[in-house]
Structure formats: C-alpha cells, structure tokens
Design a protein around this ligand. Sequence first.
Ligand SMILES: *[C@@H]1O[C@H](CO)[C@@H](O)[C@H](O)[C@H]1NC(C)=O
Ligand SMILES: *[C@@H]1O[C@H](CO)[C@@H](O)[C@H](O)[C@H]1NC(C)=O
Ligand SMILES: *[C@@H]1O[C@H](CO)[C@@H](O)[C@H](O)[C@H]1NC(C)=O
Length: 260
Amino acid sequence: MFLSSQRCICILIIYTLTPASVETKEKHVLFIMADDLRTTLGCYGDPLVKTPNIDQLASKSQVFLNAYAQQAVCGPSRTSMLTSRRPDTTRLYDFYSYWRVNAGNYTTLPQYFKSQGYNTMSVGKVFHPGIASNFTDDYPYSWSVPPYHPPSFRYEKEKMCKGEDGALHANLLCAVNVTEQPGGTLPDLESTAEAIRLLRGRSDDAPFFLAVGFHKPHIPFRIPQSMVLNRKRVECTLRVGDEILPQVEEFKYLRGLVRE
Ligand SMILES: *[C@@H]1O[C@H](CO)[C@@H](O)[C@H](O)[C@H]1NC(C)=O
Ligand SMILES: *[C@@H]1O[C@H](CO)[C@@H](O)[C@H](O)[C@H]1NC(C)=O
Ligand SMILES: *[C@@H]1O[C@H](CO)[C@@H](O)[C@H](O)[C@H]1NC(C)=O
C-alpha cells in the first residue's frame, strides 16, 4: 500500500507480512517512510528516475494514485499522518509544537497497534525529531522500545564531501566512497541494517509494527558513489512543475566521478 505526500515528506509503504507463528492471527506491519520523496517514481510513470526496488514492491501492492501533501513541511505532515488528523484539526503548521500538549492528546497509529498487543518499533526518522515529538519520538506512548537513530547521522551536516582540491567540503550534493565515511557507513544504510536485525531477531510471541524512516532523499545528498559510478552517463534534468527545462550537461559535484 502506498500513500504519498507531494512535496514535503514521504512515501509511505505499509507492507503486511504473514506471521511465521500460527499462534498469532494478526499480520505484522512494516511501515516505510522516506523523507522528501514524492511520486517521482517509476511506479507512478515517471520516465526519468530509476527506482527498481520501489517499482518491484509496487508491482505486488495496491498503489494509491491520489497523492497529497498535508503541509509543505515535514513535522506537521508527519504529525498529521501519524495521528490521522489534518493540520486543520491539529493546527500545527511548523516544527515547534508537540501535538499532545498543543493540539490534543491524540492516539498515534503505532500507539494504537501497541494498545492491541503489537510490539512497536521505530527506526530512523519516523516522527519529526525534537520538540515536535517531545525529544523522545513519542516514546513510550507510541513505541514498545526506545526508537533507534543511525549514529552516523551526526555527520550529515559536516564537511564530508571530497572536492577537486582534495579537501572536505559541506556540499549539498555529494557522492562519497562509503568505506571512507566515519564508521564506513551512511545513515540510511545503518537504518536498513537495524531494520533487518529487528526483523531477524523478532520473536513470534507478538505481532510487530516496525516503522522504518529513511532520511533520503532529503538534503544533503550524501549518497554512495556506487550509485553514480555504475552509470556510463548521468543525464540531469531540471523540472518546474510539468515543464522540463533544457538539459543540464553535468553537475559540478559529479565531475571526476562519472566515467564517460
Ligand atoms: C494522554 O494519553 C495517554 C494514553 O493514550 C495517557 O497515558 C496520558 O495520561 C494522557 N495524557 C494526558 C495529559 O491526558
Ligand atoms: C515530555 O517529556 C518530558 C521529559 O521527558 C516529560 O516529563 C513529559 O511528561 C513529556 N510530555 C508528555 C505530554 O508526555
Ligand atoms: C574507497 O576507499 C577505499 C579506502 O580508501 C579504497 O580502497 C577504494 O579503492 C575506494 N573506492 C573507490 C571506488 O574509489
């Protein structure tokens, strides 16, 4: 199942898995969010982007084609979706308020699953961090265990991009050699590893609701070099609404990385 907001937060995928145990009749839920991802995806008919894994999942899923943005920023959109209330109701339009105190003590989606005996877990960016979720990602109301955050996220705004001069810069766009990054990893790789660890380590005593929030494609675009090196030619297209602007030959940040 897909829902998606147009501009600001996320594509959300709820994927139910049949539990291994015959004891539990409830389905497990894997709930995936991606920050700033919109419907610019193969499964929505986009002719340019390459999204083979999402397309494969979509091919076996119900894809919802009416996509809306609750609010053109992250925090209130997440609050809206996770409390099942529009911003008109929460009256939260920025990042600086916790709904339980400033809107209403609303039950969240994971909280509901938790109240029904589910083991609820949060990995990465699910609730908007900081005061918007009371600096706890709404734990313990929403989650059975403390939420996980990828440790390497702390480098996201630091100078991590090697420039042509060999020095490190804080670029908006940069393809990095992952093994040279601190800890040899990137935040979304850590979140994926943690999600897999939780899935493998689960017990069949209770059904689970596992929320996995990816930080990409939110800026900065610190991405694995391998994602661009395996393309012979990177064509960059700028688009305003439905209008495709004249082709941009090359992004500076890719120079030297792309082998023609
Ligand atoms: C908010 O709701 C939770 C249960 O959903 C409850 O434990 C808590 O006491 C409530 N807080 C207030 C201030 O009503
Ligand atoms: C927010 O967090 C603080 C500190 O952890 C806690 O004392 C307070 O009860 C929390 N607010 C709500 C509404 O649960
Ligand atoms: C990435 O960095 C490692 C360690 O410095 C190096 O061995 C490897 O060749 C680099 N990979 C590429 C594609 O540059």
